[in-house]
Write a protein that binds this ligand. Structure first.
Ligand code: ATP
Length: 438
């Protein structure tokens, strides 16, 4: 992990937020390469959910919502972690922190940080939602929350989307957006952060058809990640046992990845039943039934949710792509990212900065620029330039050499096989199009 974190910073994938002020705890910024990677990931998700399917519509709901939404959803009452405070050193711990030996609140338990005895409080519930105030007056009536999940924006808009899009059950609504959780034990780089992005799809089905759709989405989501090039042996399902199931869920699977810090969830597939719509119907007083005119029946749909973290999935991509390989007695670091996800699709190199090579290389670069995110590099030995692009995960290197100015061909180097082939300069764009497709 340390190597990946340092590569991520060095190459401009991820920076710590507000770094010049010492950083902000568990908040991260994406640099030029990271912004491209995450964007490519989100675009592939959106395309597979919204564009390639007839039965899913897109939505972009606001982060701020009516505070009653979070009462109805159960977040005000239940989105909490039990915490223990040390009265001496003021540190806070989750009550299930393994460093707190003995039962939480036990006066004999030592503080894991300052080591004092009897300084820990009994566990107290702490809500993970960020609170702020809307309007000019900071009073209780003006409290609103930064959403801790994007799903609720979908539930409260389900009838709007249904009516405006003329969809029929079964159908889905997909959304990508920021969510905020005041996590107590954040960490592991971008794995658990306080501000993150989710890619959520809520699929509305007739009660009784829910388990069949649950199985469908479970298989579909695993297939999707394998299609991104993630190694199958690093992916698995984790089935929630009765003690793990959320209060709203009838069945749930996590998709887990084997990180250097163990198997961890990065997407959840949940059968949420009619819990959410029932609650919003009760709390809003508005009927949220689906009317099936053809069958002459009405019901509250069940919801199958696929909930992924864009940042966590991007971290999976980076971890899975990172390799150290021996090539001709040297270690090369390479990110074997799927070409469709790679931040840069190709880099253009004049072998040397003379004899017409820079002019031709520039021309090729300018020609590609409008269609692909490409990079021009004329600094240092060609070997060093290749290595820099290997670390950035750039799938193709285009080198203009002495022969190029004679016969208008270039060498194309493949990041993974290291094979080089000669291609006509006019065909480079076509070549890239075919290879960077999803
Ligand atoms: P965890 O158990 O890791 O806290 P969760 O079960 O609370 O996660 P969900 O509420 O199901 O997670 O959220 C769905 C997805 O959103 C997760 O699979 C993860 O990818 C992402 N996610 C949730 N919390 C965070 C966070 N603090 N930082 C980054 N991503 C997150």
């Amino acid at each position: 992990m340390d190597k990946l974190v340092s590569l991520a910073k060095r190459r401009g994938f991820v920076f710590q937020s507000s770094e010049i002020y010492g950083g902000l705890g568990s908040v991260w910024d994406y640099g030029p390469l990271g912004a491209e990677l995450k964007r490519n990931l989100k675009e592939r998700w959106w395309r597979s959910m919204v564009h390639e399917r007839e039965d899913i519509e897109g939505l972009d709901a606001a982060i701020l919502m009516h505070p009653k939404v979070w009462e109805a959803s159960g977040h005000v009452a239940g989105f909490t972690d039990p915490l223990v405070d040390c009265k001496q050193c003021k540190n806070r711990f989750r009550a299930d922190d393994p460093r707190l030996k003995g039962p939480p609140g036990d006066p004999d338990t030592n503080c894991p940080v300052c080591g004092n005895k009897g300084t820990l409080t009994a566990p107290r519930m702490f809500n993970l939602m960020f609170k702020t105030f809307m309007g000019p007056v900071e009073e209780d009536a003006a409290v609103i929350y930064l959403r801790p999940e994007t799903a609720q924006g979908i539930y409260v808009n389900y009838l709007n989307v249904l009516q405006s899009s003329r969809q029929k059950v079964p159908f889905g609504i997909a959304q990508i957006g920021k969510a905020f959780r005041n996590e107590i034990t954040p960490g592991n780089f971008t794995f658990r952060t306080r501000e993150f992005e989710q890619m959520e799809m809520q699929f509305f089905v007739k009660p009784g058809a829910d388990q069949q759709w649950f199985e469908f989405w479970k298989a579909e989501r695993m297939k999707w990640y394998q299609g991104l090039g993630i190694r199958a042996e690093k992916l698995r399902f984790h089935h929630h046992g009765p003690d793990e199931l959320a209060h709203y869920a009838k069945d749930a699977y996590d998709i887990q990845y084997e990180f250097p810090f163990g198997w961890q969830e990065f997407e959840g597939i949940h059968n949420r039943t009619d819990f959410d719509l029932m609650r919003h119907q009760e709390h809003s007083g508005k009927k949220l039934e689906y009317v099936d005119a053809a069958a002459n029946e009405r019901y509250i749909p069940y919801i199958i949710e696929t909930s992924a973290g864009a940042d966590r999935a991007a971290l999976v991509l980076l971890v899975d792509a990172y390799r150290e390989e021996q090539v001709e007695g040297e270690t090369r670091v390479v990110l074997r990212l799927h070409p469709s996800l790679a931040p840069l699709k190709a880099a253009v190199f004049p072998l040397v900065n003379k004899d017409g090579m820079p002019e031709l290389a520039r021309r090729i670069y300018d020609d590609l620029r409008g269609r692909f995110n490409v990079f021009y590099d004329d600094g240092g030995s060609i070997g060093r330039r290749y290595r820099r692009q290997d670390e950035a995960g750039t799938p193709f290197g285009i080198t203009v050499d002495g022969q190029s100015t004679q016969d208008q061909t270039v060498t194309l180097r493949d990041r993974d096989t290291l094979l080089q082939e000669r291609v006509g300069a006019d065909h480079v764009s076509e070549y890239l199009s075919a290879r960077v497709k999803a």
